[in-house]
Design a protein around this ligand. Structure first.
Ligand code: NDP
Length: 486
């Protein structure tokens, strides 16, 4: 299985190679097969990408928003036409099952459509000053840098590129070194859609390339999707030059199931909140708090359904769960499972490596459920980023709110209850940027997405993202004589 792109980087509308860069092997996590060989960017590549972005941005910013939007909407059409091919590429790159990745190009297309349309009505303001007046222009920032994680590569790339480009910026994107392929495919699509050269550039590399981009003096804005530690490091570098930032970071989110919840839906929600993308989702509700009265029924149904999850060949449309991204993540997740057992949580199901014919080297982990967990346990405090659900019990609403908020993270939260008042009351108390009532992990482009506390700064999606890729200019217009005290 090969997925070799024409070259490692995409700069100024064309593929570019520099084989002096550190070698970067792309591995299909289901088999361990090397599917592409790339090179990490050298300083020369970084300079070329930023230089191309600087050169292209000014002219792009002068186009009418509706003209910029038209190109993004064309890119959306191509993404939809090519969804099967892109989904396969995403599966090879991430190991996520084709059942899931078939949805990803459409999510990227939604971002292109939404921002391509919305930007034309994302006006500044007119301010009546009683004779004189003011107006506020929304202007682009210039060259933006996007840095992506490996779980949803094409979605993450599109969620940064679409608002940045719509607002008149240029962007240099560095995918995770684990999943470098779909950003290149998106670059080709942008060129085909008519995006002028230099506005969307892809450079590959490890953390050092990310740092070089983040620190570059010509870069005005950084948007990182990654772990809290990477976010802190990148924010620190950006702060030293007062750059704009958006940080989409990790989480350990609570999902609260009250006694009066629809149990079937709550179980479905908890599974979505822990096993989708093989558990590698930043907003996952990995601390599932279940009220005492419903606990038994909930665990029974949850275990029964989880045992039926089909795990195996990611390219088989029937498969529901695939492998984890890389060996380090596999080791880490298995390590957390051992810690969960050692600290006294009850392993209800999973916990092991499934035996799958033809996938001996695959990085699979069974969907795993721990019950009887305590808040102090490692599995209830740290982000695992794998298919490991931790179920905790509670009796009273006040108590569960306090416990749900007892974490440095604040990315997401969910509540299952049929009591309308309670649903809104509890959500209002939860310290999280992205919340769900009676569902989990639905993130349409129309709603802002992002975290409170250590889970991030700024927002992706919705008009909020256009704000984060623009700056304001206030203009005072005098209609009379200049007031002069001298
Ligand atoms: P990492 O933080 O390890 O990496 C994220 C990106 O940052 C990668 O492209 C990485 O490059 C790059 N990077 C690493 N070090 C630096 C640095 N010093 N300066 C600039 N860039 C750097 O995260 P993962 O890729 O492992 O993704 C998992 C994490 O991402 C989890 O914590 C998860 O919760 C979070 N995440 C958050 C999301 C959100 O929207 N809030 C969505 C998805 C994931 P390289 O890979 O080459 O090291």
């Amino acid at each position: 299985m090969k997925a070799q792109p024409s070259a490692s980087h995409y700069i100024n509308g064309a593929y570019v190679e520099d084989d002096h860069g550190q070698s970067l092997e792309v591995i299909y996590p289901a088999t361990g097969e090397i599917i592409a060989h790339l090179h990490s960017a050298t300083p020369n590549i970084v300079e070329r990408a930023i230089g191309a972005a600087c050169a292209a941005q000014e002219k792009w910013a002068k186009l009418k928003p509706v003209e910029r939007g038209r190109i993004l909407r064309r890119a959306a059409d191509i993404l939809r036409e090519r969804h099967a091919q892109l989904a396969r590429l995403e599966t090879l790159d991430t190991g996520r099952v084709i059942q899931e990745t078939l949805a990803d190009p459409a999510v990227a297309a939604n971002a292109m459509e939404f921002f391509g349309g919305a930007v034309a009505c994302f006006y500044g303001d007119y301010v009546d000053l009683g004779g004189p007046f003011g107006y506020v222009r929304r202007e682009p920032l210039g060259v933006c840098v996007g840095i992506g994680a490996w779980n949803f590569p094409i979605q993450i790339t599109a969620m940064k590129a679409a608002p940045a480009l719509a607002m008149g910026n240029a962007i240099v994107f560095k995918p995770s070194e684990n999943t470098p392929l779909s950003a290149l495919a998106l670059a080709e699509i942008f060129t085909e859609a008519g995006l002028p050269d230099g506005l969307f550039n892809v450079v590959q590399g490890f953390g050092d390339v990310g740092e070089a981009l983040v620190s570059h003096e010509m870069v005005a804005k950084i948007s990182v999707t990654g772990s809290v530690s990477t976010g802190r490091r990148a924010s620190g570098l950006a702060a030293s030059k007062l750059k704009h930032i958006t940080m989409e970071l990790g989480g350990k989110s609570p999902l609260i199931v009250f006694d009066d919840a629809d149990v079937k839906n709550a179980v479905a929600g908890a599974m979505m909140a822990n096993f989708y993308a093989n558990g590698q989702v930043c907003s996952n509700g990995t601390r599932v708090f279940v009220q005492d009265g419903v606990r038994e029924r909930f665990l029974e149904q949850l275990t029964e359904r989880t045992k039926k999850v089909r795990i195996g060949d990611p390219l088989d449309p029937e498969t529901q769960m695939g492998p984890l991204i890389n060996k380090a993540q596999h080791r880490k997740v298995l390590g957390y499972i051992e810690t969960g057992k050692a600290e006294g949580a009850t392993l209800l199901c999973g916990g092991g490596i499934p035996r799958l014919q033809g996938f001996d080297c695959g990085l699979f982990v069974e969907p795993t459920i721990f019950a009887d967990a305590k808040d102090s346990m490692t599995i209830a405090r740290e982000e695992i980023f794998g298919p490991v659900m931790t179920v905790l019990s509670f009796r009273h609403e006040d108590d569960v709110i306090r416990r749900a908020n007892d974490t440095e993270f604040g990315l997401a939260a969910g509540v299952f209850t049929c009591d309308l008042s309670r649903a809104h009351r509890v959500i209002a108390e939860l310290q999280a940027g992205t919340c769900w009532i009676n569902t989990y992990n639905r993130s349409p482009v129309e709603l802002p997405f992002g975290g409170h506390k250590q889970s991030g700064i700024g927002r992706e999606n919705a008009l909020a993202a256009l704000s984060h890729y623009s700056q304001l200019k206030s203009v005072y217009v005098e209609t009379g004589n200049v007031v002069n005290p001298f």
